[in-house]
Write a protein that binds this ligand. Structure first.
Ligand code: NAD
Ligand code: TYD
Length: 340
C-alpha cells in the first residue's frame, strides 16, 4: 500500500505520517509538500531516513510535477492536508488560499482520475459550516448543516469540498471528506492560538486575545484526528463526509488563562486586541456519524492534552525557536504591529 500525504511537513500532516508509520510499518508513505512558511522539514527529521518514507518538495498546483509523481509511485490512497490554513492570513491576502486550497485540490484529483486510485481523502474543516451563536449551546454542526462560510480561508475549503463531491458524482472518483474541529498538540505552528500563547507566555510577552475572548472553539488532540482519518480511509464509505470533534468546547480566554496558570505566569500578560474581521463565535461538532459508523471516539481529554502540549513546547524549544526567529517575525510585526 502506497499513500501520498500532501502537506505532511505541516502540523496535522506530520502527526498523521508518524501515526501511519507506527501503525502500518509495511506501508509506503510519500510526503508531498511545497514547504511554505508553514512547512518545516525539521519536523520530519526522525522519519526522513526510514526505508518506507519519501519526501518530495512539490506544489500541489504543479500539474506536471504531480502527474510525474503519480506515474512513479502509483499511490493507492491520497490524503490531502496541503492547504493555506490560517484565517488571519486569508484576511490579509485571499489569493493564495484560492490557488492552493481549490486549484491544488483539483490538480490532485485529476491525477487520481488519470492514474487510478482506491481513495482520495480531503482533510477539511468545521469552519465550512460557519459559526453558531453563543446563546444556543444545544446547536451542533452535523454533516447536513448547510455550508455557510465566513472567511476567505473557510470559503476556499468549502469550495474544495464541493469540488471533491462533484468529482465523486461526475467522474465516480472514490472520495471521502473529514471536517474536523480545531486541533492542538505537538508541531503546531506558532502563529495559531495555543502555541502562540505558550511561546509568548514563556517569554513574558503580551498575550493578544482578539475581541472579548469569548469565542468558543471545539478542541481535539491531533492524534485523535489522525486516528479518525486512518479509520475513514480504510473503512469509511465512498462519497461520504464525516465530522470529527470531541465535544471539547472552550472559550479562548479560558484557554489563555489555563496556559498562564500552568506556566506560572500572571494573567496581567493578557492583552485584549482588536477583533478579527468576521470572527466566528462558536464551532461545535456533532460526531455521531463517525462514532456510530466507524466506532471512533476521542481518547485524549482536553485537560490531559493541553498539559501534554505545554510540556512538548517546553521540551522542544529548538523546534519553535528556529521558526520564531525567521520569516515568522516579519509576519508577526505586520499582524500585531498597530493592533493594540
Ligand atoms: P499547516 O499550515 O500546519 O500545514 C500545511 C502544510 O501544507 C505545510 O506543510 C505547507 O508547506 C503545505 N502546503 C501549503 N501549500 C502547499 C502547496 N501549494 N503544495 C504543497 N504543500 C503545500 O496546516 P494544518 O494545521 O496541519 O492543517 C492541515 C489541513 O487540515 C488543512 O487542510 C486544514 O484546512 C485542515 N484542518 C486544520 C485544522 C487545525 O486546527 N489546524 C482543523 C481542521 C482542519
Ligand atoms: P486560530 O488558532 O487562528 O484558529 P481558527 O481561527 O481556525 O479557529 O484561532 C483560534 C481562536 O483564537 C480564534 O477564535 C481566534 C483566537 N485568537 C486570538 O484571540 N488571538 C490570537 O493571537 C490568535 C492567533 C487567535
Amino acid at each position: 500500500m502506497t499513500i501520498i500525504v500532501t502537506g505532511g511537513a505541516g502540523f496535522i500532516g506530520s502527526n498523521f505520517i508518524f501515526h501511519m508509520l507506527r501503525q502500518y510499518p509495511d506501508y509506503r508513505i510519500v510526503c508531498l509538500d511545497k514547504l511554505t512558511y508553514a512547512g518545516n522539514l525539521s519536523t520530519l527529521k526522525g522519519v526522513m531516513d526510514a526505508p518506507n518514507f519519501r519526501f518530495v518538495r512539490l506544489d500541489i498546483c504543479d500539474r506536471e510535477g504531480v502527474n510525474a509523481l503519480f506515474e512513479e509511485e502509483h499511490p493507492d490512497i491520497v490524503v490531502n492536508f496541503a492547504a493555506e490554513s490560517h484565517v488571519d492570513r486569508s484576511i490579509e491576502d485571499p489569493s493564495v488560499f484560492l490557488q492552493t486550497n481549490i486549484i491544488g485540490t483539483s490538480v490532485l484529483m485529476d491525477a487520481c482520475r488519470k492514474y487510478g486510485i482506491r481513495r482520495y481523502h480531503q482533510v477539511s474543516t468545521d469552519e465550512v459550516y460557519g459559526d453558531l451563536p453563543l446563546d444556543r449551546p444545544d446547536l451542533f454542526f452535523t454533516e447536513t448543516t448547510p455550508l455557510h462560510t465566513s472567511s476567505p480561508y473557510s470559503s476556499s475549503k468549502a469550495g474544495a469540498d464541493l469540488l471533491v463531491l462533484a468529482y465523486h458524482r461526475t467522474f465516480g472518483l472514490p472520495v471521502s471528506i473529514s471536517r474536523c474541529s480545531n486541533n492542538y498538540g505537538p508541531y503546531h505552528f506558532p502563529e495559531k492560538l495555543i502555541p502562540l500563547m505558550i511561546i509568548n507566555a514563556l517569554a513574558d510577552k503580551p498575550l493578544p486575545v482578539y475581541g472579548t475572548g469569548e469565542n468558543v472553539r471545539d478542541w481535539l488532540y491531533v492524534e485523535d484526528h489522525c486516528r479518525a482519518i486512518d479509520l475513514i480511509i480504510h473503512k469509511g464509505r465512498e462519497g461520504e463526509v464525516y465530522n470529527v470533534g470531541g465535544h471539547n468546547e472552550m472559550r479562548n480566554i479560558d484557554i489563555v488563562k489555563l496556559i498562564c496558570k500552568t506556566l506560572g505566569k500572571p494573567e496581567s500578560l493578557i492583552t485584549y486586541v482588536a477583533d478579527r474581521k468576521g470572527h466566528d463565535m462558536r464551532y461545535a461538532i456533532d460526531p455521531t456519524k463517525i462514532h456510530t459508523e466507524l466506532g471512533w471516539l476521542p481518547e485524549t481529554k482536553f485537560c490531559d492534552g493541553i498539559q501534554k502540549t505545554i510540556e512538548w513546547y517546553l521540551t522542544h524549544r529548538d523546534w519553535w525557536q528556529e521558526i520564531v526567529s525567521g520569516e515568522y517575525r516579519n509576519y508577526y510585526a505586520r499582524m500585531y504591529g498597530d493592533r493594540t
